[in-house]
Design a protein around this ligand. Structure first.
Ligand code: NAG
Length: 174
């Protein structure tokens, strides 16, 4: 019972932080989508005016704006889902740690796009806390995705002590 209350308290502690983050991101996505709709309409309007009034430069500009806005919406969505999207071509370093209670196994994969780069796995063994960690230097192209994937039937644990982490930084661009 005590553990349950503690776990619940932890969830409640994290909830406002998570909610604030997701509301903020939802608002940002909404704003971006509104901009996308507006640009789409401008583009549509311009394609429908008479041939003599058509301006290829404006059309090209609108098309570029449309593409750019679409990409920004896509990147924002990925961010919300915890997926890192490389903004520049370069060499990055990523590391992660996963704490778990050993009543069940724990397994995590560091993914680059759909491919596993490195992983950790801890077998179930008794009932104590253990941490596994790994990391790797990766060369990424613009738009490459890096994220963590939990292995099937495994778990990780965390509390405000931040035992389970996923960090990355750009070492240098190429
Ligand atoms: C855990 O991470 C949060 C957010 O990054 C930070 O504010 C907090 O100080 C960290 N707590 C500990 C114990 O390191």
């Amino acid at each position: 019972m005590k553990t349950l209350v503690a776990a619940l308290a932890l969830c409640l502690l994290f909830l406002p932080v998570y909610q604030a983050f997701s509301i903020d991101m939802d608002k940002k996505i909404e704003e971006m989508e509104a901009r996308l709709t507006k640009t789409e309409k401008q583009w549509m309007d311009h394609t429908q005016i008479t041939e003599s009034q058509k301006n290829d430069d404006i059309l090209r500009e609108l098309e570029a704006k449309l593409k750019d806005t679409e990409k920004q919406v896509e990147d924002l969505r990925a961010e919300v889902q915890g997926i890192f999207t490389a903004p520049v071509k370069g060499v990055y370093y990523f590391s992660f740690s996963a704490n778990h209670r050993t009543t069940k196994p724990s397994g995590l994969r560091l993914m680059k796009n759909e491919e596993q780069m490195v992983s950790v796995y801890n077998h179930a063994a008794g009932n104590r806390h253990e941490t596994a960690a790994n990391g790797m230097t990766l060369q990424l192209e613009v738009g490459d995705h890096v994220y963590m994937r939990l292995m099937m039937n495994t778990w990780i644990f965390d509390n405000p002590s931040n035992y389970s982490t996923f960090i990355g930084f750009l070492l240098f661009s190429l």
